[in-house]
Design a binder for this molecule. Structure first.
Ligand SMILES: Nc1ncnc2c1ncn2[C@@H]1O[C@H](COP(=O)(O)OP(=O)(O)OP(=O)(O)O)[C@@H](O)[C@H]1O
Length: 251
């Protein structure tokens, strides 16, 4: 369970979604609190992307409720979405625009004035070690640096909740580690993170792990607690027991 002393930033209750007759989410409940890193671990087809689409307002759930900082996604979508930053599984930068132009575009979408946008872009690029690359077209960057730019973009409006959907897919081990460490470091700023992955090692440092399988949450707890409850030696083995998935190690 989440720490009851912390503010709940993201609340999902009883969320259901089907594609035709096929259920993708069968009544999911979860919370993410301020300064918390929650790993949503699930094999392919578990329903992670469907959940993220609901959380980002791309479509509505068949039933249930999503609230961001107290704003209901159905009733007040603009307020709810304004508190969210997201990095989707598929890259969504404009490859032919520069790093800076991509960030400026997004800052304007969020209503940031030119001065504030410039200051935040300077700050983000410096922190991510991309200051020298600001004028480069995204097409010229490595996969790891593209993901860093997406992270900078997701944070430009200072969201309360950061959603990361399989954000390390296709990255080499060092780039995966850098991105994960960068996001783990956001806890100190009070941002609540929901990190979806099928890679167990990415969940090892989470405050809580949620195991999603075939549209249902099978387990929830700190990594060590899940391992202990499973009677297995590692989180990877516990996850394999629960899901039967061959997802313990990165591809
Ligand atoms: N647009 C769609 N139409 C029909 N079925 C879909 C659609 N999108 C997802 N599904 C099905 O819903 C279930 C959940 O899929 P989803 O993509 O949300 O899972 P996931 O955990 O993100 O998996 P992956 O890591 O493979 O993307 C799967 O059975 C999938 O086949």
């Amino acid at each position: 369970m989440p720490d009851s002393a912390r503010e709940v930033l993201l609340s999902v209750r009883g969320v259901r979604k089907s594609y035709g007759a096929r259920p993708a989410l069968k009544g999911v409940d979860l919370q993410v609190c301020a300064g918390e890193f929650v790993a949503l671990l699930g094999p392919n087809g578990a329903g992670k992307s469907t959940l993220f689409q609901l959380l980002t307002g791309l479509f509505n759930a068949d039933a249930g409720q999503v609230q961001v900082c107290g704003h209901d996604m159905r009733v007040a979508p603009v307020s709810a979405l304004g508190r969210i930053g997201v990095v989707f599984q598929q890259m969504t930068l404009d490859m032919d625009l520069s790093v800076e132009a991509n960030l400026v575009f997004h800052a304007r979408l969020h209503g940031l004035g030119p001065r504030l946008a410039a200051a935040r872009i300077d700050d983000a690029l410096a922190r991510l070690g991309l200051g020298e690359r600001r004028g480069d077209r995204v097409r010229e960057l490595s996969g790891g640096n593209r993901r860093k730019v997406e992270l900078a973009r997701a944070l430009i409006h200072r969201p309360s909740v950061l959603l990361m959907d399989e954000a390390t897919v296709g990255l080499d081990p060092a780039s995966r580690r850098h991105l994960l460490d960068e996001v783990l470091g956001l806890r100190a700023t009070g941002v609540g993170v929901l990190w979806a992955s099928h890679l167990v090692d990415e969940a090892e440092a989470a405050d809580r792990v949620l195991v999603l399988h075939r549209g249902e949450l099978l387990a929830e707890g700190a990594p060590a607690a899940l391992v202990q409850a499973s009677g297995r030696a590692s989180l990877a083995e516990a996850f394999l027991d629960m899901t039967g998935a061959g997802a313990a190690a990165p591809a």
